[in-house]
Design a protein around this ligand. Sequence first.
Ligand SMILES: C[S@@+](CC[C@H](N)C(=O)[O-])C[C@H]1O[C@@H](n2cnc3c(N)ncnc32)[C@H](O)[C@@H]1O
Length: 223
Amino acid sequence: MLTRKELRQIYDRVGTWQDAQSFYEAPAVDRLLDHGDFGRARSVVEIGCGTGALARQLLADRCPETTTYEAVELSPVMADLARRRLKPWKDRVRIRRTAGAPPIERPDASADRIVIAYVLDLMPKSEVRWLLREARRVLRPGGLLCTCGLAPGQNRLARIVEMLWRIVFAIRPSLVGGCRPLNVRPLLGSGWTVQHHDHVCAYGITSEVLVASPRRSSEPSSL
Ligand SMILES: C[S@@+](CC[C@H](N)C(=O)[O-])C[C@H]1O[C@@H](n2cnc3c(N)ncnc32)[C@H](O)[C@@H]1O
């Protein structure tokens, strides 16, 4: 995996080019937005907002007009792009730079949605587990974790594309933005109820879409 410093340098360079990834990301993001029940979200926290493209959709089309949005972002260039893109909602938006360590600087039970799109796939598994535990701490009862990201192929063509992706990643991870296909659902651990889980394949590239809520102690685990 790339270090946080290397990732920051890559995404500072990538800048607005990040939006070119939407050819395969947009169908999975749309699916996530459809299942994330954002119409009832009063506070949304996003980890790694990139250029703010997903946040713009949330604030313009999906969330109530009073919803607050907070993001943490590793790359200062991305954070600035997101701030500019989200200017129309600046009174409700806060974008903070982060050094990238998983603790989410929010009180317990203080957010309705935690959104993580195409970020877990560039973290080591130990960090993914840590960040998911943090998401559970920060979500209010009834809140939702909403994630999507690069995933292993689910059919023959997609498995070939996945193999090629992994070869490029092994040779030069920066060429694929430091991302590798990852199954997030098995990393959730107990303590979650999965509300929605599926895969979306666009141009042979597979994404996992996962929506889960912190499990109340009386509920059985869905894992
Ligand atoms: C592949 S891009 C995805 C951006 C955006 N979420 C999207 O779907 O277009 C990954 C983003 O996560 C940021 N990032 C990487 N590691 C991070 C971390 N540990 N904490 C916060 N942001 C991070 C990168 O700077 C980059 O903007």
